[in-house]
Design a protein around this ligand. Structure first.
Ligand code: FAD
Length: 703
């Protein structure tokens, strides 16, 4: 009776940038081969599933965003399960497995997943499979792949348990599942021995004796010429191993070229996160000297006449395009240079074998090819193994094919990490290195993720300068390296730098220039409010700001706001304010000092009570070397910081772009608390945790 039964499980994903969704799709796709049916939904689609009545096992894939928050798509769900009125047995009927995604560069690693996991446990739900926590810092696949491999057996056991509960004969269900077409993950992969390869390539018209010779030659060349492996060369034992490579994902996208004309979609239609605003860039100021190691720019946007609103501490997102010449090069490699302006229609292939295949949300149904490559696909993304696997099929040279197989194989995992992931290799780098690889357009659409808008912290106050929004960023630079002969700039910061170059008149490099901007450049933005990183509601409360480098950005907004409040409310009491800033060189990259004297003004008018600055690369003749980093300076003010935090109910804000800085600062605060309270380190850590929970120790860090 139950032999033709395809067991259903509920698969929920909560994604911010598409990774959790891609992993859920992978699970969904593999499920069929295990005789299972994944009922997959975005966790936000709460009308499509009901955990309160769910009987089947539930699999949740959830990422983390911001400072340890669940993705925006999970907010409603999390709010719902966090209802304190729910009884402890609310989900006692539920069996679930959870895969959390995160990045250990950030403080609250995988906190999105951990939050949901913890709450489901509190509400009585049972794990049928151990929670997986995958770290983007070392490669999600390190945890994701084995977690998915083990999921099938765990699900099988969960079904047995479920059927026992329901009184169904457990051997019935066991046999139903073991009768599934491909019972184990090992058989789900193609075990490619050189013998199989030979046969496969023979099918493609290559004579087996030629091929064998060619493979041998490749290995000889690789092992004698290059003792060291590289992106394109492997060495023994990998070069001589039989390989386990992933199953070829079924293609599911169809692209039709149309010779009709029309209009490209509006950029706002690419964004699901909220309303977009097209606003002029009215000023651009270089905040660093020409000889600084990094170039920091401040841009001013004219938001007057829009309903765009923000508070100091909020961020917003910039919709950015890919680099024009990279798009041109890609078109050329694809053999589509003359078709860039053609409209294309993107559809899900009829009858595709891909389970759960849907039209990717970030792909317009109709646009020009150039629009698609410029605005929709992250062409700089590091290709996933599934993409490499698909590229194997589009590669004609046997040596290149073998190397691509190696890079996506189990045996080649460390080569993948070293030469692809850690080297930040992108599709173009690969296509240059493997010139016989000629992928089709549909493959790019299937495998390249959505081009994400980039977030920036607002560096101004709407109260201080209504209708104007400032933000500050470093132009990200990637120097040339062996896998990438050309230097590159960050997608968004490189584009912005080019866009505002005409505004960067070195003779008018001050923000108080009265000259009217002649720029007509506009950029599209949308808001990304921060729920917690705001000024204390009570202005009499003191606060400490730690923001080295561009981390100072939101604090300029804080101080502008505070200055205006002081001007408008002379009868209010205002708490003291501390700013710890650090940079490399006093005369090269001391933001808001050289070019724009705002910090000095804040100090002079009393808005900023204490400014403490350090320079990490300046040489000194002093007998005692001055502190180099903000965390070192903080330690010098241990008593004051302990007073602000412990006695005066003050706030502590950290903003910046480095994990090491944020960790270094929190270590320093732990030491300060431990020293000033004469408590041991563990006790001090607990106090810091309490401060975090009370939202009085707040971080806004990015990498
Ligand atoms: P991308 O092209 O996205 O490259 C950036 C990252 O990609 C690198 O750091 C690296 O990890 C990787 N990468 C890509 N290619 C390579 C390669 N070839 N070699 C090595 N690594 C590579 N930034 C600011 O400057 N100011 C801010 O105020 C600010 N606020 C932020 C607020 C929030 C809430 C968040 C999440 C981020 C914030 N950021 C800020 C960071 C900002 O969003 C961008 O990440 C940053 O500007 C880089 O964007 P990009 O497109 O120029 O670089």
């Amino acid at each position: 009776m139950c032999c033709d039964l395809k067991r259903r499980f509920l698969l929920l994903y909560a994604t911010q940038k598409g990774q959790a969704k891609a992993i859920a799709e992978e699970i969904c796709q593999q499920a069929g081969a295990h005789g299972l049916e994944a009922d997959m939904h975005c966790i936000s689609e709460m009308d499509k599933y009901n955990l309160e009545t769910e009987k089947d096992p539930v699999v949740i894939v959830i990422s983390t965003t911001g400072t340890g928050d669940p993705p925006d798509t999970a907010r409603k769900f999390v709010k719902k399960i966090q209802d304190t009125a729910l009884p402890p047995d609310h989900f006692a009927h539920l069996q679930y497995g959870l895969l959390g995604l995160g990045d250990s560069e950030y403080m609250f690693f995988c906190n999105g997943g951990k939050t949901v996991d913890r709450r489901l446990q509190e509400l009585g739900a049972q794990h049928f499979y151990e929670t997986g926590l995958a770290d983007d810092c070392v490669g999600l696949e390190v945890v994701v792949d084995p977690w998915i491999d083990g999921l099938w057996l765990a699900l099988k056991e969960a079904f047995v348990l479920q059927n026992k509960k329901e009184g169904m004969n457990s051997s019935d269900i066991s046999s139903a599942l073991s009768a599934a077409p491909v019972p184990s993950h090992i058989e789900n992969e193609l075990n490619i021995s050189s013998e199989v390869q030979k046969l496969k390539l023979e099918d493609e018209g290559v004579r087996s004796s030629d091929l064998t010779q060619k493979l041998v030659d490749i290995h000889l060349v690789a092992s004698t010429r290059d003792a060291e492996p590289s992106l394109v060369h492997s060495v023994p034992p990998l070069s001589q191993s039989a390989l386990n490579i992933p199953a070829l994902p079924a293609e599911y996208i169809e692209v039709q070229f149309q010779d009709t004309h029309g209009e490209n979609p509006h950029l706002s239609s690419l964004i699901s996160e909220g309303t977009t605003f097209e606003v002029p860039v009215t000023k651009a100021v270089q905040l660093t000297r020409e000889d600084a190691i990094k170039t920091a720019l401040l841009l001013e946007l004219d938001i007057a006449g829009t309903v765009f609103d923000y508070q100091p501490g909020d961020a917003f997102c910039v919709i950015c395009p890919n680099n024009v010449s990279e798009v041109e090069e890609l078109l050329q490699i694809l053999g589509l240079s003359d078709k860039g302006e053609y409209f294309i229609c993107v559809k899900v292939k009829q009858g595709t074998k891909r389970k759960g295949a849907t039209h990717p949300q970030h792909i317009p149904e109709r646009s020009t090819l150039k629009f698609l490559l410029t605005w929709c696909l992250e062409i700089r993304a590091v290709p996933k193994k599934a993409f490499l696997r698909a590229l194997v099929e589009c590669t004609s040279d046997a040596g290149e094919k073998r190397r691509l197989q190696e890079l996506c194989s189990r045996q080649g995992a460390s080569d993948y990490t070293q030469f692809i992931r850690d080297s930040n290799v992108c599709l173009l780098d690969l296509l240059r290195a493997f010139p016989s690889c000629k992928p089709s357009l549909n493959l790019l659409i299937e495998h390249l993720p959505k081009l994400q808008a980039r977030s920036y912290s607002v560096s101004s106050s709407n109260l201080y300068q209504p209708g104007r929004l400032h933000f500050v960023f470093n132009i990200v630079e990637f120097p040339a390296c062996p896998t990438r002969p050309v230097a590159r700039k960050g997608v968004c910061t490189g584009w912005l730098a080019e866009l505002v170059a005409p505004l960067l008149n070195p003779n008018k490099n001050t923000l108080d220039t009265k000259g009217i901007s002649t720029s007509t450049e506009k950029i599209s933005i949308f808001s990304r409010p921060n729920n917690t990183f705001h000024l204390p509601a009570d202005p009499s409360v003191p606060f400490v700001m730690v923001g080295p480098g561009t981390g100072i950005s939101p604090f300029i907004g804080f101080l502008q706001h505070r200055q205006k409040l002081r001007e408008e409310h002379t009868d209010w009491e205002f708490g003291e304010t501390w700013l710890f800033f650090g940079c490399r060189h006093q005369d090269r990259d001391y933001l808001f000092k050289q070019v724009h004297y705002e910090l000095k003004c804040f100090l002079e008018n009393g808005t900023l009570t204490h400014l403490k600055v350090c320079f990490s690369r300046d040489s000194t003749t002093a007998e005692v070397a001055p502190p180099k980093y903000v965390q070192d300076v903080i330690r010098l003010y241990a008593k004051e910081i302990a007073r602000v935090l412990l006695k005066e109910g003050g706030y502590f804000y950290v903003c910046g772009d480095k994990k090491h800085m944020a960790d270094g600062v929190s270590d320093a605060v732990v030491d300060i608390l431990s020293m000033e309270m004469e408590a041991d380190k563990l006790e001090a850590m607990k106090i810091l945790a309490t401060l975090r929970e009370a939202k009085r120790y707040l971080q806004d860090v990015w990498s």
